[in-house]
Design a protein around this ligand. Sequence first.
Ligand SMILES: Cc1cc2nc3c(=O)[nH]c(=O)nc-3n(C[C@H](O)[C@H](O)[C@H](O)COP(=O)(O)OP(=O)(O)OC[C@H]3O[C@@H](n4cnc5c(N)ncnc54)[C@H](O)[C@@H]3O)c2cc1C
Length: 263
Amino acid sequence: MKIIVTAKQVPDTNEVKIDPVKHTLIRDGVPSILNPDDANALEAALCLKDKYPGSTVTVVSMGPPQASIMLKECIAMGADDAVLLSSRAFGGADTCATSTTIAAGIRKVGDYDIIFAGRQAIDGDTAQVGPQLAMRLGLPVVSYVQNIVEIKEHSIVVERQLEDGHEVVEVTTPCVLTCVKEFNTPRYMTVGRILFACDEAKINVWNEKDVELDPANCGLNASPTKVMASFTPEPKGKGEMLSGSVNEMAHTLVARLKEKHVI
Ligand SMILES: Cc1cc2nc3c(=O)[nH]c(=O)nc-3n(C[C@H](O)[C@H](O)[C@H](O)COP(=O)(O)OP(=O)(O)OC[C@H]3O[C@@H](n4cnc5c(N)ncnc54)[C@H](O)[C@@H]3O)c2cc1C
């Protein structure tokens, strides 16, 4: 089985700051990590590799040169190969241009049975790239996948997470599956694999020419999203802790809510 995982390097923080002029995320000086849902996607791929010997797992990412560190971590977890799509031409990409570039990279990788993506990235948070990727590659997609039930010759049966349960979906392969964190617990890197990733593994770095993309069709040039305004929400005021007996606290709470015309 040939498996591809898309992985994004994201800032390791919940307090992402926004450039007030460019309206893009300020990433400088913020430590970066493998996007958490992508760690679940990679784990899902590695479990299939363990189950079906001879399978290969290739991780594909679009990002700046330092994303190669994150890709080495993916190799240290057990991935066979990694591709970094990196070029100035890819900079400023919205989800539309990001999926165009990743799709071009996957076409160059070639043959595949399953593409695992995370459900969403913790910085952009749109959850659009996985489904867009499927559209660009002409593949079916199942989002919010939390379990693989069965692998058949030309299809795969998965559980898809819903708000109050799950549904079981059969999808023909090749396909794109976007994974949620409940899918699994990502494995740790082993010492042997860390040494291999640092000393021997080579990250393939491809630019727009390598993946046969016209610069007009990638990065900012091909990003229809225009961010009109973005801001960090003001911190909420300090909460008030009530004290006294349960009855006293209930009375105070009702009085406060009446004061504010909530009730
Ligand atoms: C106008 C504009 C300009 C922007 N400029 C930049 C910029 O210069 N640099 C920058 O880094 N971001 C930039 N962004 C943000 C960037 O577009 C998004 O982070 C990116 O498109 C992914 O969207 P998302 O984070 O919402 O991912 P989601 O759609 O939430 O991600 C879902 C899944 O798709 C996969 N995925 C997403 N992105 C990648 C990736 N890059 N590589 C591999 N897999 C991926 C992962 O598996 C992920 O779990 C810009 C956004 C806008 C709107």
